[in-house]
Design a protein around this ligand. Structure first.
Ligand code: FES
Ligand SMILES: [Fe+2]
Length: 454
């Protein structure tokens, strides 16, 4: 007989009612099963994932704010494919396979830019921003039947949502709205459309992309891997919300101590840092640890009202806490009104035991003398935060530390080691607690795709 199960998942007191409107952690039973470890390293599984998942699911190609003027474009690489996302002269966003129909050359070689049309580097055929073939070099040398119907770029489905551009390689894919599981207006509340990319780093890690997703979908590992967070993050009090279509969220209270810390009262250096960072002087602060979070919220609320930042739609918890939101299959966004961390776990084209950790820092420029870029955003010295310049995409080669700050460096060191253990013939698949509910939920959705049910 199994022992009685008495754990009650935490509910964040600041979470809005509607956060529990959909299926939430509290009324869904995803069972107790284990998935096969093979999914983390098998080439056959990887190939099936490509066919059943990546080429059929809506994927975040990039933020809409990357396309400002007609002619602006960027490329989005996934597996072996590269996709061009471009803003046309009619201000329409379009997406195409990054392939020249003539002899297959990759058409656009850089990551972003602004162009009147795309010209292939092999034989100079050119294509308009709407994908139409604009010119064929020495056209008179092609027999008419050969170029009949004009060889245009092959288009990819594209939709916009909450300041993000989604693409789907499946011509028959249902509309994004039918596959988007978050509550209405939740993502929009953060006004991602007003944020600009100020940093973009892609690093290559020695683990399966799902080993990455799993590690970022729970805070159960914080005490062990990131012990420095224990006085400023309430890991054990984190609310997990799960939504339709594999979407999910965790609400991690910040400026609040973990119950794992013995001293619950004093304002330690971690909390003092958070006070100071928010603009409150820790030297004269007369509250204790339990009041820090509320006081930071009140301070931020007033400042946002004074500056007219339009944060009224956000509850107090959203001003301090990390609402880490999972967009199936491969994205987590750490949402804050000042900025957002969009991280994508991109599959390697050939090796199931590698992935690209693609991380975009979005920042909302505020035009006021008193405004300071939050230090916790971890932007390197000299980062241009004016919003006028789109950050270049940086690449960190395999095996090098991504240098993204202590917490992420800790994760990047850990994951290849986890991957090695997963690969062992002794490992029988993960055992998930209710703190890891989002992982169970994510893999259940993945299985729907893998089993042809979606
Ligand atoms: S392959 Fe592009 S023009 Fe020939
Ligand atoms: Fe971590």
């Amino acid at each position: 007989m199994a022992a009685k199960f008495e754990y009650t998942p935490p509910v964040n007191p600041d979470a809005p009612e509607d956060s529990l409107e959909h299926r939430s952690a509290h009324d869904v039973d995803l069972g107790t099963g284990r998935v096969d470890a093979e999914r983390y390293y098998s080439k056959a599984f990887m190939q099936k994932e490509w066919e059943q998942l990546w080429t059929r699911v809506w994927l975040i190609a990039g933020p809409r704010s990357d396309l400002e003027e007609p002619g602006d474009y960027f490329t989005f690489d996934v597996g072996r494919e590269s996709i061009i996302v471009a803003l046309g002269n009619d201000n329409q966003v379009r997406a195409f396979y990054n392939v020249c129909p003539h002899r297959g050359n990759r058409l656009v070689l850089n990551e972003q830019g602004c162009a009147e049309r795309f010209t292939c580097a092999f034989h100079s055929w050119s294509f308009d921003l709407d994908g139409k073939c604009a010119s064929i070099t020495d056209e008179e040398t092609f027999r008419p039947g050969v170029i009949e119907g004009r060889p245009n770029l092959k288009s990819v489905k594209v939709e916009e949502k909450a300041g993000l551009i989604f693409i789907n390689m499946d011509e028959n894919a249902p509309p994004l709205a039918e596959r988007f599981g978050l509550p209405d207006g939740y993502l929009e509340g953060y006004q991602l459309d007003k944020m600009k990319v100020v940093r973009h780093v892609v690093s290559e890690w020695g683990a399966n992309w799902k080993t990455g997703v799993d590690a970022f979908y729970e805070v159960y590992h914080l005490h062990a891997v990131h012990p420095q967070t224990s006085t400023v993050m309430d890991d054990f009090g984190t609310q997990n919300d799960i939504y339709p279509h594999g979407f999910s969220r965790m609400i991690v209270p910040l400026a609040k101590k973990s119950p794992r810390v013995d001293d619950q009262a004093s304002v330690d250096p971690g909390l003092a840092y958070m006070l100071g960072e928010a603009g409150l002087d820790p030297e004269v602060y007369d509250g204790d640890a339990s009041s820090v979070r509320k006081d930071i919220q009140a301070f931020k609320r007033k400042r946002a009202d004074d500056l007219g930042l339009g944060w009224d739609g956000l509850v107090d918890g959203q001003l301090t806490d990390s609402w880490a939101t999972g967009i199936f299959p491969n994205v987590q966004i750490g949402l804050h009104p000042e900025g957002a961390f969009l991280m994508r776990f991109m599959p390697h084209p050939t090796d199931p035991e590698r992935f690209y950790y693609d991380t975009i820092t979005l920042y909302r420029p505020v035009d006021d003398e008193s405004w300071k870029v939050p230090d916790w955003m971890g932007l390197p010295e000299g980062t241009d935060v004016s919003g006028d310049v789109r950050a270049e995409r940086g690449f960190v080669p395999f095996g090098e530390a991504p240098d993204l700050g202590l917490v992420l460096d800790q994760d990047s060191e850990l994951l290849p080691v986890v991957q090695k253990g997963i690969r062992s013939r002794a490992f029988e698949g993960p055992i998930w607690s209710e703190q890891e509910l989002r992982l169970r939920h994510f893999h259940a959705e993945l299985d729907l795709y893998m089993n042809g049910k979606k």
